[in-house]
Design a protein around this ligand. Structure first.
Ligand SMILES: [Mn+2]
Length: 416
């Protein structure tokens, strides 16, 4: 029996985005996060005595600023070498041969697969053969998997590949291939990379993306790490995610429906943050706070949003090691039942008009300049950091909701 680690998309020394503008942001922690996550993985590999480590592309984020990124990697590889652990690497779109201009001699335990053709490496000790191919350039449109050899029946076969498969939302299409392409090779395990969200694509044979090792912005939320695979008698008997990230990104939702007072809002937000802290088991957190629900304080939240943001920062600071990436004010006004009942009330008319906008994109597009114009007439402190002018057509639905809430708040409460 043996185990191996499958990791991908380390993007070493990639910056973390979204906290840098805050005065109290943990800059050193942010800057070193991808390295510390990788060190966690190496520590684990040594402690657990894994047989080998697979890196399925995007080890680097792009060309190194200087040699320090390469030096760091080599130092970690040296630690594995001392422990007798081999490492197999294919490059991806971010660290394709054409992207990296600097070179660093690697210790003997590290194999980087060729880019011009598929290559197969045997590990006789474990009865394993690993097939892989690196990227020559950033945009690989060729189906690389198609060129991989068929399984070697005398070994446990692993395919190492950086690919978007038939396409994954939010990820560019590189080295496209179908699951049938992969299945047809007869391998036991496909170690993929490129998609930053962990995904077990297929159970038999196992085809999976381990996700990236460390989230880098608010679109990369939740636990991040690698996959630990256990093999016995030439068969996979276990596969499990292992967390190695050091700073976790999360969407933190606070439902303020029943919050009648400022203190109630604070308590609700604190509870929501504590919940995320629990899920992150003590890691530092970068949170996007979403305020939701029909809230009696809706108007005040919108009218004084910059002040509320600072107060929420205070709650985060009090809990320790939490930073707010952004606060989304998405509460609704609690609509008075009496007003709702009367179809001639100004509010009912307004709601009908706004609802009419939901009929189709065309109607909304036609209205959008009006909505945008209306919003510019609002007091400055109502305009969040993301101005309506910065928005794309795809964000119109969100804009509509936002303006709807502003209108309702104003109509209900009079001018602030
Ligand atoms: Mn990547």
């Amino acid at each position: 029996m043996f185990t191996f680690l499958h990791t991908a998309d380390l993007h070493l020394d990639s910056p973390l985005k979204g906290l840098e503008l805050q005065e109290d942001a943990p800059l050193a922690e942010i800057r070193g996060a991808t390295r510390r996550a990788f060190t966690n993985l190496i520590d684990f590999a040594i402690a657990e005595e894994v047989a080998f480590v697979l890196i399925a592309g995007d080890l680097y984020d792009g060309d190194w600023k200087d040699y320090n990124t390469g030096l760091f990697f080599v130092r970690q590889m040296g630690r594995l070498d001392k422990a007798g652990i081999k490492v197999f690497v294919v490059s991806g779109n971010h660290d394709a041969a054409s992207q990296i201009t600097k070179n660093m001699p690697l210790p003997g335990n590290v194999t980087v697969f060729a880019a011009d053709r598929p290559q197969s490496v045997r590990l006789e000790t474990y009865g394993v053969i690993i097939h892989g191919r690196s990227y020559t350039s950033r945009a690989v449109s060729e189906n690389l998997a198609a060129g991989y050899p068929l399984r070697d029946p005398h070994f446990f076969n692993i395919g190492l590949l950086h690919t978007s498969l038939t396409g994954r939302e939010g990820h560019e299409s590189y080295a496209p291939c179908t699951l049938d392409d992969l299945r047809s090779k007869g391998y036991d395990y496909w170690a993929l990379g490129h998609v930053h969200q962990r995904e077990v694509v297929l159970g038999d044979p196992l085809v999976l993306f381990p996700g990236n090792l460390q989230g880098r912005h608010i679109k990369e939320t939740g636990a991040k790490g690698a996959s630990l695979v256990t093999v016995a008698d030439g068969r996979i008997v276990g596969v499990a995610p292992r967390e190695f990230d050091v700073l976790r990104w999360a969407d933190c939702r606070a439902d303020l429906s029943d919050c009648e007072t400022r203190e109630a809002v604070y308590a609700c937000v604190r509870r929501a943050m504590e919940k995320e802290q629990g899920l992150a088991s003590g890691r530092s957190l970068a949170l996007r706070l979403h305020l939701e629900g029909g809230c009696p304080l809706h108007r005040d939240l919108h009218a004084r949003s910059p002040h509320w943001v600072e107060e929420f920062r205070g709650i985060a600071a009090g809990l320790g090691d939490i930073w707010l990436e952004k606060v989304k004010f998405r509460t609704r006004a609690r609509i008075d039942a009496e007003e709702n009942a009367c179809p001639d009330s100004p509010l009912a008319g307004l709601l009908r008009a706004v609802d009419g906008l939901e009929a189709g994109d065309n109607a909304l597009t036609a209205w959008a300049p009006e909505l945008a114009g209306l919003k510019t007439k609002m007091p400055v402190d109502l305009l969040g950091p993301d101005s309506v002018f910065a928005r794309s057509a795809g964000d119109l639905a969100e804009l509509r909701e936002e303006v709807k809430e502003l209108l309702i708040a104003r109509l209900q409460g009079g001018a602030p």
